[in-house]
Design a protein. Structure first.
Lengths: 135, 135
DNA sequence: GTAAGTGCAAACGGTTTGCAGCCTC
DNA sequence: GAGGCTGCAAACCGTTTGCACTTAC
């Protein structure tokens, strides 16, 4: 469903492998985890216009090549896909984040949705708390 | 840890129970689930200035009286704390919402958080899909 | 050659803030 | 009466878009 190579969308999307797109894809490949468009733009040190970074990331997200989510402070952050699906456990004080997985939750949401006649199910789950350091 | 009444913050915060704050608190009490500041502002039909709604919601969130999270499209959304806790199953097309409960999920999030040393745990879970009518 | 991609700058939409007046304590 | 609270409008900040130019195919 989602390709490993963000640019291997030849079939339908037909994204041209331009310098800029390659640079963005490379950045996503190199820097692990979630990053904002602005962050990527500045890591590329102006080599790619900010608007282009946004357009590229949006396109990649639509093509399913990257995951997008919102950070706590309102930025859209992206990471290259094909990690296992997981959720975030976030400290309210310091913002420290732990990734957690839960097959049971995945199953539950799916069942719950289908019992109600819903299809194409997706979900978001965030857990908030106070971590040991901040107690 | 979190008070039932959003304005019962007498001890430290000392929020004055003004007309506007009461209106916002009442709105949160009346309308279940998550709502954006703009939504609350328009539900109050201009009775409370937009800036004040933002300020009030921010204050309530800081006081721990309401939960805040980011919606998919970048708005900050709030809900009053301590409802009979349930989650929402939302149709992507028509917006129809079904409330679902899941003791197993509640337990799982709690365990997961505590295993990682987190306390004062809360969580948000939203399920998205396409409902029967919209297929 | 042509359509897709790019950069720039202006537009946008949600949120925050400065300031003068108002209201609660 | 004093300091918190409010409304308005302007400022902010991340993101999107219009447009003329460039580039991959």
């Amino acid at each position: 469903m989602t390709s490993i190579d963000p640019l291997a969308t030849d079939a339908s999307g037909a994204l041209r492998p331009t310098k800029q797109r390659l640079a963005v894809a490379e950045a996503l490949r190199t820097y692990d985890g979630f990053h904002s468009a602005q962050e990527i733009h500045s890591r590329l040190d102006g080599a790619v216009g900010l608007a282009t970074v946004y357009r590229t990331l949006t396109a990649l997200a639509e093509a399913g090549a990257v995951d997008a989510m919102r950070s706590e402070d309102g930025e859209t952050i992206y990471r290259r896909c094909s990690d296992t699906h997981h959720h975030h456990l976030v400290c309210r004080q310091c913002g420290r984040t732990v990734e957690v997985e839960g097959p049971a939750v995945e199953r539950w949401t799916k069942t719950m949705a289908e019992d109600n006649g819903f299809t194409d199910v997706s979900h978001t789950l965030e857990i908030f708390g106070t971590c040991t350091d901040c107690r």
